[in-house]
Design a protein around this ligand. Structure first.
Ligand SMILES: Nc1ncnc2c1ncn2[C@@H]1O[C@H](COP(=O)(O)OP(=O)(O)OP(=O)(O)O)[C@@H](O)[C@H]1O
Length: 191
């Protein structure tokens, strides 16, 4: 498959409750090409993928299941892109090692990496209001999620999703041929 037949990915990174999924939907609705939304949330919060039982050890050990789930999810992203699907994806980068794994897996693709910023007070307000997220997760993400790299584009999610989607799509269309993920790939493979 040639380069231009591969799908392209717009990847949003930000804390839990920053408004990433909402923004993915707004991008998907506004963009003039088909983009699939494919989120880890679909495993955790929709559908019936994961067993309810997640223990600290034993046959249902979450510390054993979790890295395999994430690794498989990264494989799904590259599989979908390789088949020619464009993707708009939200993710919460938790560690530099996790970012390195994502960069490695997406190294062959056109990745547009977007930082979704939101003030802590607003994150916590949203987290409390939605009621389906563990209180404290947003604060924990807030302290680390934007510390691992720069971005191709950044937005403030206190602005409306529609306006941010418009800005992201315009920036994506005007993007440079080599983005932050390609720089990161060089960094990670040379260190
Ligand atoms: N621009 C916005 N202004 C006000 N509220 C918003 C905005 N964007 C999203 N929200 C609300 O914030 C909550 C979290 O949004 P969303 O599910 O998009 O966040 P998320 O970053 O994908 O979260 P998670 O990573 O936990 O899945 C939702 O209740 C959503 O309606």
């Amino acid at each position: 498959m040639t380069q231009n037949q591969q799908g392209q990915i717009i990847l949003l990174n930000g804390a839990s409750s920053a408004g990433k999924s909402t923004l993915c939907r707004a991008i998907q609705a506004q963009i003039d090409q088909p983009f699939l939304q494919f989120s880890l949330d679909f495993f955790f919060f929709r559908g019936e993928v994961l067993p309810d039982r997640r223990d600290s050890e034993g046959p249902f050990s979450w510390p054993v299941m979790r890295p395999k789930l994430f690794e498989g999810y990264f494989n799904c992203l590259s599989g979908l892109l390789d088949a020619g699907n464009n993707l708009v994806v939200d993710y919460i980068v938790e560690t530099r090692e996790q970012l390195a794994a994502l960069v490695q897996r997406l190294s062959a693709f056109d990745v547009f990496y977007v930082g979704v910023h939101c003030p802590l007070e607003e994150l916590e307000r949203r987290e409390l209001q939605r009621g389906d997220r563990r209180p404290g997760d947003a604060r924990m993400d807030f302290q680390t999620v934007h510390t691992f790299s720069g971005y191709d584009f950044e937005v403030d999610s206190t602005d409306s999703p529609e306006h941010n989607a418009e800005k992201i799509i315009a920036a994506w269309k005007a993007r440079a041929s080599s983005g932050v993920f390609q720089q990161l790939f060089r960094e990670f493979t040379s260190s």
